[in-house]
Design a protein around this ligand. Structure first.
Ligand code: MSP
Length: 645
């Protein structure tokens, strides 16, 4: 059967910018989608590249005493290098100075001119003479000054070619009315529709004031306006001019991923050009939000531009990739902080995923000589816990797929991590070490096999996001090939028996936060705390914790313990003994008589020889010497034993 095509593009980046987190974000999002769609069996084409013409490049080259071509040949490499470091799996990298692109732009221009959709007129606008550039009204400084150099702008008029954009607007509106996924998310769709229903003017598509651009065939004092030139890259790269067969294959499946700032070009101008050319408009343009840094807009002058090379070096490409897509719902703006990144590394990657892998492999080594046992884990006679875990895996696969069709990366990750958390909980529930001690061999075999399957499926699900780590997991599980060359739909629960696992290796070392704060203090703001999140739970998970109001009746020291108090608490309907590690923060008289909130359905446990029957709730901040603790107390009179919801 022929594979379904899937063509995805990043914007082409201005070559004179230093790559930053914004560029990394779009490209990582496209990479994850490409990898996922490949695992779904699609024929994927993933394009990125650089936008190399324009006034700024020309000026920078002059300042350096180079030709513009020499300059772009040198600096476009920054992007290529970054994509290597971030493990980007693009199939092509296009540069607008390449011959294939120049020819495609000229051909399109000529076609539109021949059919009367490009005509000659006069362009008038606000112009900065020293920068030799037009400045849109929306981008001006105060008192009509240039946003770059601050000097006053003048009005300027020049001969220009215009694209008859207005002619195709009704057709585009009709298209979007039928294709709601044409612009995603919905908020951007609405924005575009209201723009289209207003006045869309014909677009100036050439300049005589600019030299570093693609000359217009037959009228070479004009060069093609940079945006008209740049947008065409998407078509050039899949053979618009040179390979009709390739174009036929990929173009009908094209999706453009862009930042919210450039949607008018992608959702209005570009589709209007395509309609004029008689070519399909994109299936979807997906717009993401913008990153701020520690709550502030990123800018060179503030010196807070996040360098993706540095992040990958410090934390690893996978952790950076994971964080960017997990932290913020795709489409929303987000705030980047290294502190939050460190928190997620420790909680989600080291704790949840790393521990599941480590514990499982260790137990397979300890209790099954390193070979995955053949347990009864899938059949109807299976243990309900095993079957539930399997069902949770199957539902994760379906929900991830649903999330990916709407580019909801964070949602997909929540589903995957929910499944990983279920796996960790299963270890606590089944207690394989106990099964081993009690000689319950049959059950132990099923549990170990089930856990192995949880990991095998997890490795597949995380592979698009953290490809390097997924491969490591795959190797440690003793699987052949790589998870990325697997087809997701081919996964069958219950495989893997008889496989020899490799020795457990730490995937994500926990960050020592004390040391990290010292090392990264100037970069990471002092007052921010590192937040380590727990896996998401549903309301049932929360309800399962029974919390009630109680009163502390008596406080005693426990001679063998430096930290614990023995508390007698009154719940109204009964009295209980609790051990609580708050000795360093309260004197007994500060506690006696106080109303507190406690968890009442914790399994009893013995601490320093005293049986503890519950836990009182308190908040804590800081670490070591500077740790502080505050009790959670009811703020109004309420009977003892009242439930806390
Ligand atoms: N060259 C044009 C695109 C032409 S596509 C035919 C361009 N280049 S750019 O380098 O300035 O920006 C590329 C992308 O980076 C845009 O999608 C933009 O939204 C994104 N970002 C730039 N800064 C960003 C953040 N601070 N946060 C997230 N993305 C941001 O525009």
């Amino acid at each position: 059967m022929e594979k379904k095509s899937f063509y995805i593009t990043t914007p082409i980046y201005y070559v004179n910018d230093i790559p930053h987190i914004g560029h990394a974000y779009t490209t990582i999002a496209c990479d994850v989608m490409s990898r996922y769609m490949r695992m779904k069996g699609c024929d994927v084409r993933f394009l990125t590249g650089t936008d190399e013409h324009g006034q700024k490049v020309q000026a920078a080259a002059e300042a350096k005493g180079m030709t513009p071509q020499e300059l772009v040949d040198k600096i476009h490499v920054n992007f290529r290098e970054l994509w290597k470091v971030l493990n980007i799996s693009n199939d092509d990298f296009i540069r607008t100075t390449e011959d294939r692109h120049i020819r495609a732009v000229q051909a399109m221009f000529k076609k539109l001119m021949d059919q009367g959709d490009i005509y000659k007129g006069n362009y008038e606008g606000w112009y900065c003479v020293p920068c030799e550039t037009y400045v849109p009204e929306s981008g001006m400084g105060s008192n009509r000054t240039c946003p770059d150099c601050g000097r006053p702008l003048i009005t300027m008029k020049e001969e220009s070619y215009f694209f008859r954009a207005s002619k195709y607007v009704p057709q585009l509106i009709a298209h979007y009315e039928k294709n709601l996924q044409g612009v995603m998310p919905r908020i951007r769709y609405n924005e575009i529709m209201s723009f289209l229903r207003g006045e869309v003017r014909d677009q100036s598509v050439s300049r005589t004031t600019l030299k570093w651009g693609i000359p217009i065939p037959g009228d070479e004092k004009h060069v093609v306006y940079v945006w008209f030139d740049a947008l065409i890259n998407y078509a050039t790269a899949v053979g618009y001019l040179d390979s009709p067969e390739m174009f036929q294959k990929y173009w009908p499946a094209v999706r453009h991923m862009v930042g919210k700032d450039i949607i008018r070009f992608h959702c209005v101008i570009w589709p209007l050009m395509l309609l004029a050319l008689g070519v399909n408009v994109p299936v979807s343009v997906i717009a993401h939000g913008w990153w701020t840094v520690d709550g502030e807009k990123m800018s060179k002058s503030k010196g807070n531009v996040v360098d993706p090379f540095k992040m990958a070096e410090l934390y690893g490409a996978d952790a950076f990739r994971y964080f960017l897509l997990r932290e913020v719902p795709f489409g929303n703006d987000g705030d980047f902080s290294e502190t939050a990144l460190a928190g997620r590394i420790n909680s989600d990657l080291a704790n949840d995923l790393g521990n599941l892998l480590n514990r499982t492999l260790q137990m397979i080594v300890n209790y099954s000589d390193g070979v995955v046992p053949d347990g009864n884990i899938g059949g109807a006679s299976g243990d309900p816990l095993d079957l539930e875990l399997r069902a949770s895996g199957e539902s994760a696969v379906a929900l991830v797929d649903q999330a990916m069709t709407t580019f909801s990366y964070d949602e997909a990750l929540k589903q995957i991590w929910g499944f990983i958390a279920r796996g960790n909980k299963y270890i606590d529930e089944t207690m394989p070490w106990k099964l081993n001690k009690e000689g319950q061999t049959e059950r132990l075999r099923s549990v170990l096999h089930t856990l192995y399957e949880v990991l095998r499926l997890s490795a597949l699900l995380v592979a698009p996001y953290i490809p390097e780590s997924a491969e490591k997991i795959w190797r440690q599980l003793g699987c052949a090939g790589t998870p990325l060359s697997e087809r997701l739909d081919d996964f069958r629960w219950g495989g893997g028996a008889g496989t020899r696992v490799d020795k457990a290796e730490v995937l994500f070392p926990r960050i020592d936060l004390e040391q990290w704060k010292k090392d990264r203090a100037p970069q990471a703001k002092e007052e921010q705390q590192v937040v380590e999140h727990e896996a998401e739970i549903d309301i049932g998970g929360f309800r399962a914790v029974e919390m009630r109001v109680a009163q502390v009746v008596r406080v005693e020291e426990i001679p063998r313990s430096k930290k614990l108090y023995k508390l007698e608490v009154d719940l109204g309907y009964e009295r209980r003994t609790i051990c609580s590690g708050i000795k360093n923060f309260f004197k007994p008289e500060e506690l006696e008589g106080r109303r507190i909130v406690m968890v009442t359905n914790l399994k009893p446990t013995k601490l320093c020889g005293v049986e503890s029957n519950g836990m009182i709730l308190a908040a804590s901040a800081g670490e070591g010497e500077s740790e502080r603790v505050a009790l959670i107390v009811p703020d109004a009179e309420i009977p003892l034993g009242s439930r806390v919801h």
